[in-house]
Design a protein around this ligand. Structure first.
Ligand SMILES: Cc1cc2nc3c(=O)[nH]c(=O)nc-3n(C[C@H](O)[C@H](O)[C@H](O)COP(=O)(O)O)c2cc1C
Length: 122
């Protein structure tokens, strides 16, 4: 499946949720490499099809992670692919967690509903 082929054939809304662990106050290098591969979409101008939504879930081990640069990069990614920005969910203190606390599950559900409402007419 190529980007161009997918966008030509499908009218289904596309939702892209970047799930990024914070490493040294930025995105992990692996996800950054994936994001960098999308520069060709910017250069080709093929990111213009409407109906795309992008969002970010960022998780940091520290009680007060620095999310700022990761949010900026994720927004730049959304702009590059022509996606509407649906917002970010920031999760802190993951290094102290054994299980996912209930309040984070609730927050994540609300965030998912918010993303999906972008194209459902809700
Ligand atoms: C190389 C490395 C750097 C990290 N740097 C940070 C950091 O700057 N701030 C922070 O809050 N957490 C930092 N962490 C903790 C991770 O954000 C946290 O453990 C996260 O849940 C890891 O997700 P993963 O298991 O998907 O890699 C770092 C972890 C690693 C491995």
């Amino acid at each position: 499946m190529t980007w161009a082929g997918y966008t030509k054939r499908s009218r289904t809304p596309i939702y892209i949720v970047l799930a990024i662990p914070i490493y040294f106050s930025g995105p992990s290098s692996i996800i950054k490499q994936v994001i960098d591969r999308f520069q060709c979409v910017w250069l080709s101008g093929k990111g213009k099809r409407k109906g795309k939504t992008a969002a970010l879930i960022a998780a940091g081990g520290d009680p007060v992670p620095i999310f700022q640069s990761t949010v900026s990069i994720a927004k730049a990614f959304a702009k590059t692919i022509g996606a509407e920005w649906a917002g970010e969910l920031k999760i802190s203190a993951t290094d102290g967690m054994n299980d996912i606390p209930e309040h984070i599950v609730t927050e994540a559900r609300g965030f998912a509903s918010k993303i999906l409402s972008k194209h459902s007419g809700a």
